[in-house]
Write a new protein. Structure first.
Length: 341
């Protein structure tokens, strides 16, 4: 495949098959997956033909509302479109991954929430000289981030590194959101990324990497960490953190058409501890937020009601226990094991 163009690599049969098998993991219980797999070879070659002739048109996604961790609408693309999303990401991710700063932790191999929390703890230790000095944290959150991403700005950023016109066509095809509505909620064209798509995760990182570069290279901030649209800056000086707010807000508004959330933007001292990515962190220990425990128990309750608990039990318990074990949660883990016994 080395001699192929970028687009040819994306739409190659090998890449499309690999994209399907990656997507299928953990989703065989969904009826549309075995239906697509029943005529897998026929469906993949049909998808290849549509992409090669530029007649590919994404289908309308299923739109539904979830309430955890907060109310929001999820757009679930059909199997064929998810294969295209993954096939695209499999190829172009290697172009953008080297451009991301080290301390961007969302949706990247080898990163994730646990590594982000550990990194923040290391920042705290370094800046406070092993917890012997008081330090400060600036926490920021982008208001309605996924809904606010501007397609023109995103495409301009992507075109700095993707020079293949055919690949640009496919990205625009995916971004082009047909006017749709769900329970009176209008989806604005030209703005926003649908939550639930693999492409949205990559595009969201590409978009806010502009902020990362600004903070690290223009403002020269040493201890900065970002996970999706949440970021934290650590410093000994409160006034220094105050001085960063205006340039960050200005950059977001002028260059990315984004706004910091006025309520969630805050500066506080290390004496208060840090609430970050589901953990409440203090020197020498961290505990899981109570809201995360409630959501886990509610998810188990839903699985039991739908008869899927035995199917999901091993996987769900292992994943959540691994997450919880990163905190000081011995009694919590023991009580949950007893509760589920």
């Amino acid at each position: 495949m080395d001699g192929l163009s970028l687009y040819d690599k994306i739409i190659s049969v090998e890449n499309l098959f690999s994209a399907f098998y990656e997507f299928r993991q953990g989703k065989r219980h969904k009826s549309e997956v075995p239906e697509f797999e029943y005529d897998l070879e026929k469906n993949i070659f049909q998808l290849k033909r549509e992409l090669k002739k530029f007649t590919y048109e994404p289908l309308s996604p299923k739109v539904f509302k979830v309430s955890e961790p907060k109310p929001r609408f999820i757009q679930a693309a059909c199997v064929r479109d998810r294969i295209v999303h993954r096939a695209l990401v499999r190829v172009i991710n290697s172009i953008f991954e080297p451009t991301f700063i080290y301390d961007s932790y969302a949706c990247r191999i080898g990163k994730g929430t646990l590594n982000a929390v550990k990194r923040l703890e290391r920042f705290w230790i370094k800046e406070s000289k092993n917890y012997t000095q008081k330090i400060y944290f600036l926490k920021g959150d982008i208001r309605k981030y996924f809904d606010s991403i501007d397609h023109k700005i995103l495409m301009a950023i992507i075109k700095k590194r993707v020079f293949c016109p055919k690949t640009i066509w496919l990205i625009k095809r995916i971004l082009a959101r047909q006017e749709a509505s769900c329970k009176g909620i209008k989806i604005e064209q030209g703005k926003g990324l649908p939550i639930g798509n693999l492409t949205s995760q990559l595009f969201a990182n590409i978009y806010l990497n502009e902020l990362d570069e600004f903070v690290k290279h223009r403002l020269r901030v040493k201890f900065y960490i970002r996970y999706v649209d949440d970021f934290v800056i650590v410093s000994k000086g409160r006034e220094y953190l105050v001085s960063l707010i205006e340039p960050i807000e200005g950059f977001l508004k002028e260059c990315l058409k984004l706004d910091l959330h006025p309520v969630k933007r805050k500066i506080f001292s290390s004496r208060s501890g840090v609430d970050f990515l589901g953990y409440f962190i203090r020197p020498y220990y961290k505990i899981i937020r109570f809201g995360n425990i409630k959501r886990f128990l509610r998810r188990i309750s839903r699985y039991k009601k739908t008869g899927r608990w035995e199917e999901k039990k091993e996987q769900s318990l292992a994943a959540w226990m691994g997450y919880a074990s990163q905190g000081n949660s011995y009694n919590l883990l023991r009580n949950i094991r007893l509760h589920l016994a």
